[in-house]
Unconditional design. Structure first.
Length: 389
């Protein structure tokens, strides 16, 4: 058997069909090659990719190199999911420049340039408008009905198997939206502020919080005094200096606002009678109803950590990665963001603005209502900005 075939068997053996497989980008390529050699269908390849969790960033260059091994639209969709879900990770070691880290004085000089740029140049950007195209990828789309009820004289409670898995529990493309947005001081105003969509009840979440403000993030990081050199990384073909940072609860200005989670009210009466002869299960009859309304927001100012990517010559920030830190009891478990910045022409001037963003979330869709089919919901938002004015 070919080596690639053995690799595929090792990746897929000794685990349930839906268990995640943690692999590198190189192993991903080997897996796709093996599937191609076995002449697997588009649906089969997509099913295999749905079970993959990458340990490294799937860069756009690497993703493009995999196109030759992807047989159709379903597997192509899953490659885009992997790209988005790995966006906050470091790339493979082979993609990281071998240039030695700068000395402490040079690191400080780069950071000082970035702080100066964020507060004096980026924060002074004029108010801009742009067109934002957002793709939503999500699992567990089905939502509990807004109102439901039971009218029953049943004699025993039902029981379901919590381990059953269906196709809806894998992340896949849901829809896209093209909306005009306004950026003030380089930060996007939320376009959903006046939106009337019944979020939550429709199976989707909405992010209503303020887009990260670059100057505020760097001020938080500087105030926390937890900034450290990480590595060099190529961004658009040029080496960027990457620094990690961590902001605790006392220093943070990172606000999140999620809509919407359910609240459940119960009404009615059920009466129980004793078990019949030969049957130890009591019988129940009556009218018992539950009414669920999606009117709860999750709002918080949370600690966070991340990375800032800086052009060492100009101090321009070319990428920002933020990862929120939530309590285990929160209905939001994860919010990872990546924002890429790039130059655009606006009114005859070259301005550096957000050109792409990725948000990866995990929430408890049914909040603390204790109802609904799914315990967790993962949503990916990938957005691109154009037509700045």
């Amino acid at each position: 058997m070919k080596r690639s075939g053995w690799i595929l068997i090792l990746l897929m053996a000794a685990s349930p069909a839906w268990a995640a497989k943690t692999i590198t980008v190189q192993q991903l390529q080997q897996m796709l090659v093996a599937l191609q050699q076995d002449k697997k269908s588009d649906a089969d390849v997509a099913a295999a990719l749905k079970q993959v969790v990458l340990t490294e960033e799937l860069t756009r260059t690497a993703m493009n190199s995999l196109v030759q091994y992807v047989p159709g639209p379903y597997s192509t969709e899953q490659i885009y999911v992997l790209e988005a879900r790995s966006a906050v990770l470091a790339p493979p070691a082979s993609d990281i420049p071998s240039t030695p880290a700068p000395d402490a004085a040079t690191q400080k000089a780069i950071l000082d340039k970035a702080m100066d740029y964020a507060s004096k140049s980026y924060a002074q950007l004029p108010e801009l408008t742009a067109t934002k195209t957002t793709l939503r990828f999500q699992d567990n789309v089905e939502a509990v009905a807004a109102s439901s009820g039971m009218h029953s004289g049943a004699t025993a409670s039902g029981q379901t198997d919590p381990n059953l898995v269906n196709a809806a529990q894998f992340v896949h493309y849901i829809n896209s939206a093209v909306v005009p947005v306004t950026l003030q001081n380089g930060a996007e105003r939320n376009p959903l502020a006046n939106d009337k969509t019944k979020w939550g009840a429709n199976g989707y979440i909405a992010l209503l919080g303020q887009s990260p403000v670059l100057s505020s993030v760097l001020q938080d990081a500087n105030a926390s005094e937890r900034i450290n050199w990480v590595r060099w990384e190529l961004v658009n073909g040029k080496a960027a200096a990457v620094f990690s940072f961590s902001v605790d609860k006392k220093k943070t200005h990172y606000a999140v606002n999620y809509c919407c989670f359910p609240s459940t009210e119960q009404a009615g009466m059920i009466s129980y009678s004793g078990p019949s002869q030969g049957n130890m299960t009591p019988t129940a009859k009556g009218n018992f109803q539950t009414s669920t309304s999606y009117d709860k927001y999750y709002k918080a100012t949370i600690p966070y950590h991340g990375e800032v990517f800086v052009d060492p010559d100009s101090g321009i920030v070319v990428r920002l990665v933020l990862q929120g830190e939530f309590k285990s009891s929160d209905v939001v478990h994860q919010e990872d963001q990546r924002i890429d910045y790039g130059p655009v022409q606006v009114g005859g001037k070259t301005l550096v603005v957000p050109i792409k963003s990725i948000v990866n979330t995990e929430v408890v869709p049914n909040g603390d209502a204790g109802t609904g089919k799914f315990l967790l919901r993962h949503t990916l938002f990938t957005a691109e900005y154009k037509d700045f004015k």
